[in-house]
Every structure is written in structure tokens, then in C-alpha cells.
Design a protein around this ligand. Sequence first.
Ligand code: ZN
Length: 321
Amino acid sequence: MSETTINLKDYLLPLPWHGEFWQSFNDRIDSQRLPHAIMLNALEGVGAESLAYSMAYRLLCTNVQSGVACGRCSGCLTLAAGTHPDFFYVAPEEKGKQILVKQIRKLCESVVKTSQQGGWKVVVINPADSMNRNAANALLKSLEEPEANTILILISNRLSVVPTTIRSRCQIESLSVPSKEIASQWLSGKAEGKQVNIDEVLEIANGLPLLALDYIQGDGLENRQQVEALLDAMRHANETPLLVAQACQKYPPDDLIDWILSYVHRLIVGELQNKPNPALFLFLDKLIQARAWLLSSANINTQLLWEELFIEWAQIFQSQR
Ligand SMILES: [Zn+2]
């Protein structure tokens, strides 16, 4: 999810469906019961990253009013400019890859070194599940010996992949997908002036509001529809797996695998719900494995990967024709 889809000023207030968490977050600040580490556990597209930014604004603003950052003080402005000395953001150097141990070591050094002006230090690690084992071990030390007034906000959409040693030291906050009403109301405000069927886009985005927003604002929807048409065509033997694998080389591999996953999932709970087919569930497992593989390895022959997956995909439907 690109950070540019939301203006920085939009981070001042949490997204409408995070209201309940926000209230308890504020209560805990007021009563000085904020934990040292919070793990925001949410599907990508629910807005955990956005919430982490809202939390950072709330903690680094020097002029908070009614639990909301002001957006005008030096704390808010330097955070917006990306120059706040007490804000640390760690993400993989390349999208979809791992967070490396050298990044975590550098983070720990910087957090200790910075001159704290009596306020909070905020660290965001996004996504926490992309830390490799060494990186996670390096982070453990700082989780075991927490610095005063430092909060770690870890974001994860695959909590099971995060080492137990890390998870057990965090307060885990699971953020759920908002109701269709709340999501479409929010999207309507964002899509003003655009010819778009909000409910349709929201459905394609599996109800995930920020993913739907990405589709409305970018070319994600068109790409995704093309891929779904190709998957459909292979189901009906109108396209061959090898040619489709070639055609799919132009899409980012991790996006492609997510599109296929969500398409297969929708098929299972929708069109094919009365024709249960174990092969489809095995195929889902393969996709999830492939996704993990893409995340952890640097040099994958994606042409071969797509070929293998698509040949299997076509075979699932062969017997039914
Ligand atoms: Zn402020």
C-alpha cells in the first residue's frame, strides 16, 4: 500500500473504524499506562499503517487538544516533513523483501543516541513479520530493556510468522475490517468527482477500504481485472497457462499472488460454494506457500512459478468440462 494515498494531514485523526482503539489509546496515555510495545495486527488495507502515524502524531504533538494532534506545532510539522528526531520508521529496503538485522541494529543505536526533548520516542516497524530471524533477535534486546518514554509500534498482517519471543512482549491489538456501511461512507468522501461504483470496488477489494481506495485512485483495479479475466479464461480453456504466465510478468509478483488469492477465495465462497472441490483448497495452500517464498527469497524465476501454478489451476477445471 503506498503511503501517498493518504495526505499527511489525514493522519491527525484516526480512520473512523479505529475509533474504539483510539479512545483506549488516549485513556492509556492519560493514565500513563501505555505499554512499551504495541503490535497492530490487521489485514493489509484496514489501515494499520495509517493508525500508527496517527498514534505518532498524538504522541509527538506538543499541543494536543481533546486527544488529537494539532497539526501546526513543531512536533507535528517536523513529523510531516519526515525530520522529527524522535520518530523512527523501519521498513524493508525493497518492497516485499525482509527487514535486515543491520537495519534493526542501526535503529537501536539511533534510538539510544537521539536527544530526547522530554517527550516520547516513537518507533514504527512495518511490517514486523518481514524481520528475518537475526533482525528479530536484535530487536528482542530493546524489548527486554525498554527505554523510558519509548514506544514501539509493530505492524503485522501475518501475526503467525512473527516469532513468539517478539509477540509475547507486545500488547497485541487486532484491528478488524470495518462494516460495509462505514467503509463505503468513508470511500464516498474520498472518491468525490470520480465515476466509480463504490460498492463494486469495495467488493473486489474484499471489503478492505484502503485497498479499495488504491483501486479508485490508481490503475490497480484495471490490472487486477485483467488478471481475473485471464484466470477465468484458463478455467474455460480459452488461454494456455504458459502464455498467461508470460503475460503476467508485467505485474509485481507479490501483488499478483494477492490478486489470485483473493480471486480464488471469492470463487470458493461465491460462485463455487455449492460445488466444494478439495483441489481448490490445495491450490490456496500452494498460493500461500508461494507468497511466503516470494517474500523470503531474492532470486525467484517467476515465469516458472506462474507456469507451475497456472498449469495446476487449469487442471482443476479440466475434469469438470
Ligand atoms: Zn502538534
